[in-house]
Design a protein around this ligand. Structure first.
Ligand code: F6R
Length: 366
């Protein structure tokens, strides 16, 4: 059942190239320049007339929501807010029938997310679900939706659900951008083409497994770890830190790299591994100067860089090279080595990777 892998988590990490394909199959037609998702097509006017899009979710799904905020705002120019479902439901939020709410949930059973959906419906909003489990409570409770088609996710730590959620949300952003004319035709085509070959790039990123394992061996006894990224890779930093803490029990925090000097920089010494997501596209020069700040305080730098990088390589203690991608699609690639790193560290610490202590796969109580 684990298909030859030692753990479900590893199997699910390796399934990502094929499940991302399953997620866009029949929806993404790159050569024709078409993106078609029934749940979106049937409700296109609701999306286009929305004053804003409000995303509610928990945990890893909330991180996918943050990526969606960046991509929907950039491509479709619709204001997006992202909220923890548990906060949203109890703060008497302002919601109107002009809002579109997107609820993201792998299991489709998360109690807080379900309650947030019910609240949004009571206030007259149109609620769209992005779920993995077909027929789940959330998929039934929402007005419309799009499944992620990642297949069953058994490992408690979410991996393939995250990347397929981002795939669906990116397709939604592109579809809305096409309808609104907020992306040039050439950019729209370019993104479609690139999304189509993302599975191949994910496959390439999986080839960093051995390097990730070597780095894991060096840092497995750390008691703290910092993850930094900017822009599209800020949510990836949060997700990297969550993955490490939940399965290896190492304290980890994710930060937008520029926030370092507002506090967390005080933590840095030679004991502190800092994982910096520094692909060539995006705010590369800014991240390079953040790396210099860490280095001058003797922090240990593990950098995720684009293949062929030279500048960060000179500064970092370890680098993990990934294929080049445009900034907006980079979370689908930069996430992969972070999943592998957490996995190997947890295995080396003899942790129960698939069923970490105190955690449940679906959180059906608040
Ligand atoms: C982390 C993880 C959790 C879930 C969260 C939401 O690896 O699995 O943080 O992401 O409990 O679950 P869903 O997506 O099922 O609503």
């Amino acid at each position: 059942e684990k298909g030859g892998y030692d753990h479900f988590m590893l199997k699910e990490i390796y399934e990502q190239p094929s499940v991302i394909k399953d997620t866009y199959r029949g929806r993404l037609h790159a050569n024709e320049g078409i993106i078609q998702m029934a749940g979106v097509e049937d409700n296109l006017e609701k999306f286009l007339n929305a004053d804003r899009i409000l995303i509610v979710a928990c945990g890893t799904s909330w991180h996918a929501g943050l990526v969606a905020e960046y991509v929907i705002e950039e491509f479709a120019r619709i204001p997006v807010e992202v909220e923890y479902a548990s906060e949203f439901r109890y703060r008497n939020p302002i919601i109107t029938p002009k809002d579109v709410v997107i609820a993201i949930s792998q299991s489709g059973e998360t109690a807080d997310t379900l309650a947030a959906i019910k609240l949004a419906k009571e206030k007259g909003a149109f609620v769209f679900g992005v779920c993995n489990v077909v027929g789940s409570s959330i998929s039934r409770e929402t007005h419309a939706g799009a499944y992620t088609h990642a297949g069953p996710e058994i490992g408690v730590a979410s991996t393939k659900a995250f990347t397929t959620q981002i795939t669906v949300l990116t397709m939604i952003a592109l579809r809305l951008a096409k309808a609104k004319g907020t992306l040039s035709n050439s950019d729209f085509f370019r993104y479609l083409q690139e999304l189509e070959i993302i599975p191949e790039k994910v496959q390439e990123a999986l080839a960093t497994n051995e390097v990730s394992k070597e780095i894991a061996a060096k840092f497995k006894d750390s008691s703290n770890c910092l993850y930094l990224g900017r822009g599209y890779n800020f949510p990836v930093a949060l997700e990297g830190a969550l993955k490490l803490k939940e399965i290896s029990y190492i304290h980890a925090e994710g930060y937008p790299a520029a926030e370092m000097k507002h506090g967390p920089i005080a933590l840095i010494d030679e004991q502190m591994p800092v994982i910096v997501i520094a692909p060539k596209q995006g705010h590369y020069d800014k991240v390079v100067s953040n790396i210099q700040e860490i280095k001058s305080r003797s922090g240990k730098i593990i950098a995720v860089v684009t293949k062929g990088d030279t500048q960060v390589k000179e500064l970092a203690d370890h680098v993990i090279e990934i294929p080049e991608t445009s900034d907006a699609l980079s979370p689908l690639i930069t996430t992969i080595p972070l999943q592998l790193l957490s996995y190997h560290i947890a295995v080396m610490r003899d942790c129960n990777v698939d069923q970490p202590r105190n955690l449940a796969k679906s959180v059906t109580v608040e």
